[in-house]
Design a protein around this ligand. Structure first.
Ligand code: NAD
Length: 503
């Protein structure tokens, strides 16, 4: 048993936020939200239907067409974004408390995510002010310049892992660009999103610019994707959901950005700094409860150090502190929801038939309730094993040996995903050659997963479409209109000037 911390002053219910007002669903439908330690409902949330999405899209459209936000100078919008960052920072502990309660993420990691959310707003405030657009001159004849305009109402659909931070990742560039938004947070974890309305109001964001509709993906999410007044969708979630949304966006020819699943490899060569590689690969797959899109969930190890790596890695995995997400000593908390817990546990059982169990393998001793999974390590996993191929999204890792660089590359690329890769070797040529050949949107060489916000973020293959990050995010939420001006006499071929009978 662990203690069960319940935050004070939890909201009595979670509503939509439309046009500056907190409202219930028109149908009055609601759904229960569970916390992952007790697995009992602690609040009901409004279950948004198509008619609620209609209202939210109409409010966002009105704010876009008639309101000041899209027309404000970048500096003025940036001031609001910086005040949003201040407000997020000022309530970082409350935010982390709500996030940990709702998601089961360890409190220290939830606090880090709150700071990253504030940083996202500060970063896009800076970027939008510093942004320059292209101008092309044909001396004496023509000037061509790019006039950047916000696209319109952005539909933002987010998953339940690090919900508040991932919402900020979309909200900050969308708002910086001058778009108005409708956010549909994940149904497993709507609690922290309920703070946005207050944060935005305090920062001076005009009513109608930010709208939030709670509800299920198949109802509220689907209606948002299909809404005719929503010209672009930014989605983060599973690859199969991405395929459905892609199909539904096709009908409206909508702009799309998709950050999807992963099964990222960490490649440890025999010459690697094993201490650093073990620290990083452990954190890479077990932080955020393993519910991390960029988790290094397949570790490929060169044969001469494979046995040593397996034994040192699994020994550390067995010592990871699993338990009460509110305990600052906890390293792995409770998985988000009983359905997800059942899915991860089914992979743990499958792994026992597909690999050699070195650590974990089920519920940790002494934690009889709550969605706890012991960090689980399988060795000798063949590349055709399902635990090698499929995203588990929990604290489960597959270790596989390799002989040559070519074999390592083939193993790394042999899955449908291509989000991240981690390479451990001191040899520069080997590291760069590998980085440039591996099918991954992002590669870390001898590095822990840290990312400068200016760099592209996204995956290839089944891991995503259209990279965001830095100015790419501003590009996604903007139209870049080309304006062409003639400077001298107009040189136009003169149609209709030939007299009849002349050739
Ligand atoms: P999910 O695809 O089940 O749900 C994500 C969101 O989509 C939720 O808000 C859900 O309600 C909504 N949704 C579901 N069906 C929909 C539909 N038909 N139309 C519109 N919206 C719909 O994903 P999840 O289980 O919440 O999140 C975990 C997944 O997210 C993992 O695959 C993980 O790798 C991925 N992820 C990717 C990144 C990245 O940057 N690449 C980051 C975080 C998470």
């Amino acid at each position: 048993m662990t203690t069960h911390h319940v935050p004070d002053n939890l909201p009595g219910k979670l509503q939509h936020f439309i046009g500056g007002e907190l409202v219930d669903s028109l149908s009055a439908k609601t759904f229960d939200v569970l916390d992952p330690v007790s697995n009992t409902p602690y609040v009901t949330a409004a279950a948004g239907q198509a008619e609620d999405v209609d209202l939210a899209a109409a409010a966002a459209r009105k704010a876009f067409v008639e309101g000041p936000w899209p027309r404000m100078a970048a500096r003025a919008r940036a001031k609001v974004l910086n005040r949003i960052a201040d407000a997020v920072e000022a309530q970082d502990e409350r935010l982390a408390e709500l996030e940990t309660f709702d998601t089961g993420l360890p409190i220290t990691q939830a606090l880090g995510q709150a700071h990253r959310a504030a940083e996202n707003f500060r970063f896009f405030a800076d970027l939008v002010v510093a942004q320059s657009d292209d101008t092309y001159q044909v001396p004496g004849r023509q000037l061509n310049y790019v006039h950047r305009k916000p696209v319109g109402v952005a539909g933002l659909i987010t998953p339940w892992n690090t919900p508040f931070m991932l919402e900020s990742w979309k909200l900050a560039p969308a708002l910086a660009s001058g778009c108005t938004v409708v956010l549909k947070p994940a149904e497993f974890t709507p609690l922290s999103a309920s703070l946005w309305a207050g944060i935005f109001a305090e920062a001076g964001l005009p009513d109608g610019v930010f709208n939030l509709v709670n509800g299920f993906g198949e109802e509220a999410g689907d209606a948002l994707v299909k809404h005719p007044d929503v010209p672009l969708i930014s989605f983060t979630g599973e690859s199969t959901t991405g395929q459905t949304i892609f199909r539904n966006c096709a009908a409206g020819l909508k702009g799309m950005s998709m950050e999807l699943g992963g099964k990222s490899p960490a490649i440890v060569f025999a010459d690697a700094d094993l201490d650093a590689a073990i620290d990083s690969t452990l954190f890479g797959v077990f932080s955020l409860n393993g519910e991390r899109c960029t988790a290094g969930s397949r570790i490929l190890v060169e044969r001469p150090v494979y046995d040593e790596f397996c034994s040192r890695f699994s020994e550390r995995a067995r010592r990871i502190v699993v338990g009460d997400p509110f305990d600052p000593a906890t390293e792995v908390g409770a998985l988000v929801h009983p359905e997800h817990y059942a899915k991860v546990m089914s992979y743990v059982e499958l792994g026992k038939t597909e690999g050699r169990l070195l650590a974990g393998g089920g519920r940790p001793p002494g934690l009889d309730t709550g969605n706890y999974v012991a960090p689980t390590v399988f060795a000798d996993v063949a590349p055709d094993a399902r635990i090698f191929q499929e995203e588990i999204f929990g604290p489960v890792v597959a270790l596989t040996p390799f002989g040559t660089d070519e074999e390592a590359l083939a193993l790394a690329n042999e899955v449908k995903y291509g989000l991240a890769a981690y390479v451990w070797t001191p040899k520069l040529e080997r590291a760069h050659a590998f980085a440039q050949s591996v099918e991954a949107g992002m590669v870390w060489l001898n590095s822990h997963n840290v990312r400068d916000l200016r760099t592209p973020f996204g995956g290839v293959k089944a891991s995503g479409l259209a990279q965001e990050g830095g100015y790419r995010s501003l590009d996604f939420y903007s139209h870049q209109q080309a304006v062409h001006v003639t400077l001298g006499p107009v040189h136009t071929p003169r149609f209709g000037t030939v007299q009849k009978g002349q050739s």
